[in-house]
Design a protein around this ligand. Sequence first.
Ligand code: PEP
Ligand code: MN
Length: 265
Amino acid sequence: VQGSREFHPEDTVIQTKHSVIGGDNFSLMAGPCSVESQEHVLKMAAVAKASGATILRGGAFKPRTSPYSFQGLGEDGLKFLRKAADEYNMDVLTEVMDDEHVEMVAKYTDIFQIGARNMQNFSLLKAVGKTNIPVMLKRGMSATVDDILNASEYIAADGNHNIMIAERGIRTFDNKYTRNTMDVGVVPVLQKLTHYPVIIDPSHAAGHTEFVTPLALAGTAAGASGLVVEIHDDPAHAFSDGAQALKPNEYKEMAEKALAIRDLL
Ligand code: PEP
Ligand code: MN
């Protein structure tokens, strides 16, 4: 198994144009849930960069629970995201939802995101596995640790070893107050079993702005290699996931605290 520590004892370190992910590094990734416009994503890139983020996230293809919710700007959104990242010397992280889109999304992104709902979309995993673009594989909401590792193996089996795994919360018996339950224990567990960097997404776990920072800090303290966080300057009017967005000043504070905790490890 190529993802296992037995096969490869050293940490995988992923090098992109503006970031080094894994090993002793700690990476901040931030941006809006959805790319909304050129102007807006430029503004969010500035906010992310000002707090030390080197990776700009943003969805142009959105896996929405309802087909009637905003589905993303598509390729136009990718162009807006690319331009914003270039303007601030950042890398792009964006979701690819369909194996038929891999080639097109590859023209714009530095890191593919595989969403939680697609963690076991094996044709998609194989398609990104055939590229040499790094992949952030998000844990499915009901996926066990072995399910995640097997999903990552689908990417590695086709030759792409630049994989990171993101914990974004799972479904448990009580998700009345949080959107999902962040499995903080999975950080050291995955680090024991695999050499891939483990990233925490506190936003989709929390579901509510007020819980995002505590979860981000918990994930950092557990030893995650990075945080991917949704930010927005006007959450009430966000196209998606406004309820869990951190405002610019909130993100700045979160990032400062996370970096301070990371320094203690
Ligand atoms: C997202 O990153 O905006 C997203 C849809 O995440 P997830 O796949 O974890 O729900
Ligand atoms: Mn989102």
